[in-house]
Design a protein around this ligand. Structure first.
Ligand code: HEM
Length: 500
């Protein structure tokens, strides 16, 4: 009898679950929205597709097959439509980040990126926006210069030895060292060592995989996190590692600051934060120091490395564009409008270079999953359809960027499309509305200007000083929120003598 109950109870539970899901899907007011069959009943379909790490392409295909709104899981809808982007992400929108973002933080803490509390998030941003502003960039430029010099030096070594290198990996070394230097006034040392020091890059990758997947079942996160954070090789362990790393940096800074041993000429991010905290400890707390430092490391290294890879990859694939860019930099140099290592300000004035960056980030945006948001109280109309409060909707940057209605011949790298559109303000507006490599609205990337600084400082000198020959015609990528190239192997040759 007892053994019959042991079999019967789970069966009953499973049957009830199935019936519940079927009835929910039948009575849902959004039941007519198309999508893959199994996505109607369970999130397992979405989880399984995410697991393969290629979802940006699948998401584009799904919209080609089903139209502007596609169901990806019960109550989760992927959207591709310019006017809806404004509704969901526009300034003043009340669409909070969905529970998927819970997987991106410690269950008992909040962080700026994952914060679902609109009010607290707005307060945090207001407090720290100035640290990321255009005017702050001047103080960060020397930190970037130092890393760009070292990066060029390392490439020189590869060129001299005739060795091939994984450029994607080296861009990650560069981006990590820059963000370390800007944030803590200290490089991590990746550019010196060239390998994954202390497993930080691996730890970050594990966070990406864990958070991407656990976010589909956020209710599991608190339970899994406690167990997994004790296992070093897990995603939760990766987060614990990065957190400790940031805390250690803060501790060292506190000591040196107290000892009065540093008299910085150019303040790094942490020093600026400490000054703000000492001035007003209620407004800027120790916890703020920790989360802002951690956010920079987690959000700011892979993303920049991917974007740098995309720029060089597309330039070598499209030699005409590379020629034009080199021509522009030569012209600027000849006219005395820039030196051998252009400043950030000088690069801002190069129209073709700006268009190259924009187009490379359109074709290969660093993030490749829907940026999920929850429909607020009262519901909302999206693409002519009413979505009740609590529905989860999102736009995948890749879907927006490959929309042929806005970007004809979308798969082609054509920086000119941005320059041509300047003659037609309406057209440009339409393109900009669908252009979202840095997200949009109140949750737009805080580090956008810093990352543009990082790219602007290194790309012009790389294209002028080096030739890159990829070893493969296509590259493999893996999408766990960040769409990372895995095998961007190149041979590098020097074109011009190093800048003096
Ligand atoms: C090319 C490089 C970068 C790209 C493509 C990028 C992309 C993005 C995107 C798409 C979002 C919004 C995500 C969402 O709505 O779910 C975001 C948010 C964020 N990014 Fe970046 N990012 C880059 C570099 C950086 C850097 C260098 C930093 C730090 C120094 C940074 C810090 C942040 C932070 C803190 C947020 C959260 C903002 C908020 O929720 O208010 N990012 N980024």
């Amino acid at each position: 009898m007892q053994s019959q109950i042991i079999i019967f109870l789970p069966l009953l539970f499973i049957t009830l679950q199935i019936l519940l899901r079927i009835s929910k899907s039948l009575i849902s007011p959004l039941r007519s929205i198309p999508g893959p069959f199994w996505s109607r009943f369970s999130s397992l379909w979405y989880f399984n597709r995410l697991r393969h790490g290629q979802f940006e392409h699948e998401n584009i295909q799904l919209h080609k097959q089903y139209g502007s709104i596609v169901r990806l899981a019960p109550n989760h809808y992927s959207i591709s439509d310019a006017s809806s982007i404004k509704t969901v992400y526009g300034t003043g929108s009340k669409f909070a980040k969905s529970a998927w973002y819970d997987g991106w933080k410690h269950p008992a803490q909040w962080t700026v990126f994952a914060d679902r509390d609109i009010k607290r998030h707005a307060g945090t941003r207001k407090r720290f926006t100035s640290l990321y502003s255009m005017s702050s960039l001047v103080t960060y430029e020397p930190f970037v210069d130092h890393c760009a010099d070292l990066f060029a030096y390392r490439l020189d070594e590869f060129a001299a030895n005739g060795q091939t290198l994984n450029l994607g990996h080296w861009f990650q070394c560069y981006a990590f060292d820059v963000i370390g230097n800007i944030t803590f006034g200290e490089r991590f040392g990746f550019l010196d060592q060239g390998y994954d020091i202390d497993g930080a890059i691996t730890a970050l990758q594990k966070i990406l995989i864990y958070s991407t997947l656990v976010g589909v079942y956020p209710e599991w996160h608190p339970r899994l996190f406690g167990i997994l954070s004790r296992i070093k090789s897990s995603g939760a362990g990766g987060r614990a590692y990065i957190s400790k790393f940031v805390q250690d940096k803060i501790r060292v800074h506190e000591k040196t600051a107290r000892a009065g041993t540093t008299e910085p000429k150019t303040q790094n991010f942490l020093e600026k934060l400490m000054l703000a905290r000492d001035k007003d400890p209620e407004k800027v707390t120790d916890y703020h120091l920790f989360i802002m430092g951690q956010s920079n490391v987690v959000a700011g290294s892979d993303t920049t490395a991917i974007s740098l890879s995309s720029i060089i990859w597309h330039l070598v694939k499209y030699p005409d564009a590379l020629r034009k860019l080199r021509g522009e930099i030569d012209e600027f140099t000849a006219a005395g409008r820039c030196g051998t290592t252009p400043t950030f300000k000088e690069t801002q004035e190069m129209p073709y270079f700006q268009a190259v960056m924009k187009e490379a980030l359109r074709l290969h945006a660093a993030t490749g999953l829907p940026m999920w948001r929850t429909v607020p109280d009262g519901g909302a109309e999206i693409h002519g359809r009413f979505f009740p409060a609590g529905t989860v909707v999102g736009v995948n940057t890749w879907v927006a960027h490959y929309d042929e209605r806005v970007f004809p011949d979308a798969e082609r790298f054509r920086p000119e499309r941005w320059l041509e559109a300047e003659g037609s303000p309406e057209r440009l507006k339409e393109m900009n509305q669908m252009y979202m490599p840095f997200g949009l609205g109140s949750r737009t990337c805080l580090g956008k200007h810093i990352s543009i600084l990082e790219m602007s400082k290194v790309i012009p000198r790389l294209v002028q000083e080096f030739d890159f020959v990829p070893l493969r015609k296509t590259w493999k990528t893996e999408n766990f929120w960040f769409v990372k190239p895995l095998d961007f192997e190149v041979r590098v040759q020097r074109r011009k003598s190093p800048a003096v």
